[in-house]
Ligand binder design. Structure first.
Ligand code: TYD
Ligand code: MG
Length: 449
């Protein structure tokens, strides 16, 4: 009997080892190394067949090649187009990651249903009937979208050969398996092999491939990190499951920038892109409450006004609690330390809770000033007028630092009817004719007066 060939893979980072060990020497996680049966890969005829049909490879002048690769397939979804850098590039492989139940299948299905070209949606997760039910909610009258329940790559390529789709969507990569590898679906070697087959198919036929990938508790695309290196674009779909808002970002994009953001709202009829996110993220309330401040942040090219809510209360236990939603907890600790040291606030014995409303998370450092303002407002129980907003980064010595594209932020605040914006004194403004009061601050102790 032929000897079975096995290899040990770390299920977390995908590193390969010759023998078992307790800790992965690459990502340092424990008990993640698993033995998987691998077979020597031979040439996969079915991919070749599938490719043969769609293949148009012939020597081309460089000018012609450029003209073709530049053609992007725009989807109906403006937010998706923005995040991918203008639509799907021919022959590209895109991975969409996100936690279970966040709406990955819904997003790709509703895009697939409205595509003007023949699309194959392969699902290993839901039956055709389940997908039909969902399709009826989001867009019933599709003509070009074909649904296939299949997890074997050989079968998938056989169907591709017959159907000749122009776009392939796979939900999800963890459910696929290829006959050339013996280990179970979802294991590192299977995911790698199936992705490699799909990439080979995409590159040779110019068909864009979209893959859905699950995410582990730690926020990584489940299974191997390697997957992220293999594909062209990695999109991340995130949000609080109990909130309606979802954010789509590009973590990696070979064909565009990674700082654009798509914002969606989950409704009964699927995901709806939000063209003007500035207003929806600010909660409606009666009167002014202490502990609330509005920050003018930028995500990619778009200004985004978000509301920061802080609650400062006396600590019941010895160690005060610090808890954040949508904001980096370490950064909150840093801001509290700055407040303590540079502005003389005794927050050491206080619990501080911080929340960005709408369930989104913000990385833009310009939110610092609003965070500090919300904390101070809650601490003194004095409300900030709802017509004021903030944009500034805070340095370790308590100075308020300038932020990029300040004029665009000011214009947005002005457009939305704010009357005052607090920014750093060190911003250079070319224009001074704004219809909004600009208050220049040098350091956080000036925020108090
Ligand atoms: P789904 O796309 O199945 O998530 P994923 O593929 O990321 O696991 O989304 C499931 C959730 O979306 C589910 O909780 C129901 C909700 N949903 C709506 O609120 N409205 C809709 O129109 C659809 C299709 C789903
Ligand atoms: Mg799904």
């Amino acid at each position: 009997m032929a000897k079975v060939k096995t290899t040990f893979y770390c299920q977390n980072c995908g590193s390969q080892f010759a023998k078992w060990q307790g800790q992965c020497s690459s990502c340092k996680s424990w008990n993640t190394i698993v033995e998987e049966i691998v077979q020597k890969e031979s040439k996969s005829q079915w991919i070749e067949d599938a490719i043969e049909v769609r293949k148009k490879a012939s020597p081309k002048r460089i000018a012609e090649i450029e003209a073709e690769t530049d053609a992007r397939l725009k989807t109906y979804d403006g937010e998706f187009n923005r995040v991918t850098g203008g639509g799907l590039v021919q022959g590209s492989v895109t991975l969409l990651g996100g936690e279970p139940g966040i709406g990955k299948s819904t997003l790709l299905l509703q895009i697939a249903l409205r595509l003007p070209v023949k699309t194959l949606y392969v699902s290993g997760e839901e039956s055709q009937q389940q997908i039909k039910l969902r399709a009826e909610r989001v867009y019933p009258e599709s003509e070009n979208c074909f649904i296939l329940n299949e997890t074997n790559t050989q079968q998938i390529f056989n169907h591709i050969k017959q159907l000749e789709p122009e776009i392939l969507i796979v939900d999800s990569i963890q459910t696929l398996h290829t006959d050339y590898i013996d280990s179970t679906a979802g294991s590192v070697s299977q995911i790698k092999a199936c992705t490699a087959e799909l990439i080979q198919f995409a590159k040779q036929t110019n068909v864009p491939v979209l893959l859905i990938g699950h995410i582990t508790k730690e926020g990584q695309i489940a299974g191997p990190k390697i997957l992220e290196h293999m594909v062209d674009t990695v999109l991340q779909f995130e949000g609080e499951r109990n909130h309606a808002f979802r954010v789509l970002r590009a973590n990696k994009n070979r064909f565009g920038s990674t700082n654009e953001l798509g914002i969606y709202e989950m409704k009964g009829s699927g995901l709806h892109g939000i063209e003007n996110p500035a207003e929806v993220l600010i909660s409606k309330k009666d009167g002014e409450l202490s502990g609330n401040a509005i920050a003018v942040t930028l995500e990619g090219m778009r200004p985004l006004l978000v509301e920061v809510q802080a609650l400062v209360s006396s600590a019941v236990y010895g160690t005060p609690q610090r808890s954040t939603t949508g904001f980096n907890a370490k950064r909150l600790n840093m801001l509290l330390a700055v407040l303590e040291k540079r502005a003389g606030f005794r927050l050491g014995s206080k619990d501080v809770f911080l929340n960005i409303t709408g369930g989104i998370s913000v990385d833009d450092p310009a939110i610092d000033l609003a965070v500090v303002a919300a904390i101070l407002s809650s601490n003194s129980d004095e409300s900030i007028p709802s017509t004021s907003c903030f944009a500034g980064e805070i340095g370790l010595s308590g100075e308020i630092r300038p932020v990029n594209r300040i004029e665009q932020r000011i214009r947005e605040a002005e457009k939305l009817g704010f009357q005052k914006i607090y920014i750093s004194k060190f911003n250079t403004l070319d224009h001074t004719n704004f219809g909004i009061d600009i208050i220049l601050l040098a350091s956080i102790d000036k925020l108090l007066v």
